[in-house]
Design a protein around this ligand. Sequence first.
Ligand SMILES: N[C@@H](CCC(=O)N[C@@H](CS)C(=O)NCC(=O)O)C(=O)O
Length: 235
Amino acid sequence: MADLSSFPITSRWPAKNPDIIQLYSLPTPNGVKISIALEELGLPYEAHRIAFDSNEQKSPEFVSLNPNGRIPAIIDPNGPDGKPIGLFESGAILVYLAEKTGKLIPSDASGRYETLCWVMFQMGGIGPMFGQFGHFFKWAPEKVANNPYPVERYRDESKRLLGVLEARLEGRQWLMGDEYTIADIATFPWIEGARKFYGGAEVLDYKSFPSVMAWVERGLARPAAQRGLEIPKKE
Ligand SMILES: N[C@@H](CCC(=O)N[C@@H](CS)C(=O)NCC(=O)O)C(=O)O
């Protein structure tokens, strides 16, 4: 049985089965990327729910695994050279899982790098811009009641990014064509999240991006995505 005692997070969220991947998460757009990928890959894992309402993501035990105090994070007891490894940042975790299994990423070098471009596009563009849009539009509108600029700025940048996705997805089933990859898993939960959590579909003019919306529906329809979107479950 793997010994995870060198990871302080396991003292607060003990592993029932330390031989399988430990996921620390919540069903947010960044969190579900990892549960969707794990479900898609069929890797065994144990999910621990990190409660934002009591700020558990900023607790010393959580920060010992992710110094940035944000979900998701994982421990893989069977990492490189068979040794346990801790990982944070959803993009890095997705790349790790894809490379560990040889799945959800093209096997040829060019296809692999192209996939990484789209993963980075999500991590550096879609996530931060949609996140800031949601903050001002949905969570803190009172802070900008006298100044429309923050909502307008992040709305317009989010729409511009949707336009980039629209051009890429015209005539393609997935971001990498016929192959469903970690680039799709990184990205469609964010478009869906802005609709579901921010009520942003109208303001972001989703109807003007038909290829994007059809792709989101294709992603959501996958059984692994449907399972992953609900993980970790409420106890
Ligand atoms: N770049 C990070 C972002 C992670 C992130 O922002 N997670 C959010 C949930 S979607 C979070 O933990 N928020 C809680 C907080 O900021 O305290 C990643 O992709 O893993």
